[in-house]
Design a protein around this ligand. Structure first.
Ligand code: DAH
Length: 340
């Protein structure tokens, strides 16, 4: 019987060395060690042995079992490694293939321009102030010295929500809201970027657009401060060789008021199609804060003065990027947006 056991081991070893896959090796495990396997068959026959022979044969059988298990383990590891190598060989990656493009989002030109305006004024020591888009008539008009009969209040221009509440038509109400909070402190140096709403919709007007408001209040602020500030802004935004000019104008909340033009950056002031052959481009409205506006917000116009300005962001974006139709800014066509 011992001879038979040794023969089983030899046979098992031979067969196990021949198999080519882990699956086949497992079949051999069953064949030799399984419940219906060869080793079990031999052990079943032990009943017929004498009591002296039984322990010897038992020991030999255990030895053969553990030998076969060891062979199974070693061979199993070999086969697993071999299979891994083969599958890795099949999986080779061609690193010369082009990668898959990932679409990366980017900032809208309006956001780019607002960011840049903020950057320029932050550099001059301003802080950023924001106000609500749904605004009280008081802040949008009355506190800005716009009397009830003023044309800017016309129903044609404003989106009213109720008698007292409307979508703000400009960012100027943020001036008043800020002053109410800062009074009587000076200096005040803020810019207020945001959306504004008017009842227009044509090639050059959108019912929603963006403005950036500016306000400075301190002792002894003059029109010279306004001009110097806006010249600095114009040069940083549109190029170092820009000039500006102030044209007398009218806004209810400033006195005196001025419209500010920059020298055309397309023709350098020579006159071209973009500047309608004038050499100048209008970019914003401005002026010295009206004493009544200061007063309504709690500041004493005898002690402090200020300047303010307001610009349309879409207009700045059109000029800066040479875009000829404002509607492009609102259509969200990726062919347009991916150019920025
Ligand atoms: N709020 C004006 C508008 O929407 C723009 C403006 C003009 C703002 C003069 C100002 C200013 O602060 O001083 O047309």
């Amino acid at each position: 019987m011992i001879e038979k056991l040794n023969a089983i081991r030899r046979q098992a070893e031979k067969e196990m060395n021949k198999v080519a896959s882990y699956g086949e090796l497992n079949d051999l495990r069953v064949k030799y060690l399984g419940k219906k396997g060869e080793l079990t068959a031999v052990l079943r026959g032990m009943g017929s042995l004498s009591p002296e022979e039984r322990p010897q044969v038992g020991q030999a059988a255990n030895q053969v079992r553990s030998d076969i298990e060891k062979i199974l383990e070693v061979r199993g590891n070999e086969l697993k490694e071999q299979q891994l190598q083969e599958s890795l060989k099949k999986e080779t990656i061609d690193i010369t293939l082009p990668g898959q493009n990932i679409f990366i989002g980017r900032k809208h030109p309006i956001t780019l321009v607002i960011d840049q305006i903020k950057e320029i004024f932050l550099g001059m020591g301003y802080t950023i102030s924001e106000g609500p888009e749904i605004e009280l008539d008081y802040y949008n008009f009355e506190a800005l010295n716009i009397p009830p009969e003023h044309p800017a209040r016309d129903m044609q221009d404003s989106f009213y929500i109720s008698d007292e509440v409307l979508l703000r038509t400009h960012t100027s109400p943020v001036q008043v809201r800020t002053m109410e909070k800062t009074v009587p402190q000076v200096p005040v140096k803020i810019i207020c970027p945001g959306k504004v709403y008017r009842r227009d919709d044509d090639a050059t007007h959108s019912p929603m657009f963006h403005q950036v408001e500016g306000l400075v209040i301190d002792k002894g602020i003059s029109m010279g401060d306004l001009k110097g500030t806006l010249l600095t802004f114009a040069r940083q935004m549109f190029g170092e060789d820009r000039q500006i000019r102030l044209r007398p104008s009218y806004f209810p909340f400033t006195e005196p008021s001025a419209e500010v033009d920059i020298s055309c950056m397309m023709c350098g002031g020579e006159g071209c199609r973009v500047c309608s052959h004038t050499g100048w481009l209008e970019i914003l409205g401005s002026g010295m804060v009206h004493p009544r506006v200061l007063e309504m917000s709690g500041y004493n116009p005898e002690e402090v003065s200020g300047f303010a300005f307001g610009m349309g962001v879409e207009r700045v974006a059109l000029l800066k990027y040479g875009i000829d139709d404002m509607r492009l800014l609102f259509e969200n066509d990726l062919r347009f947006l991916t150019q920025f």
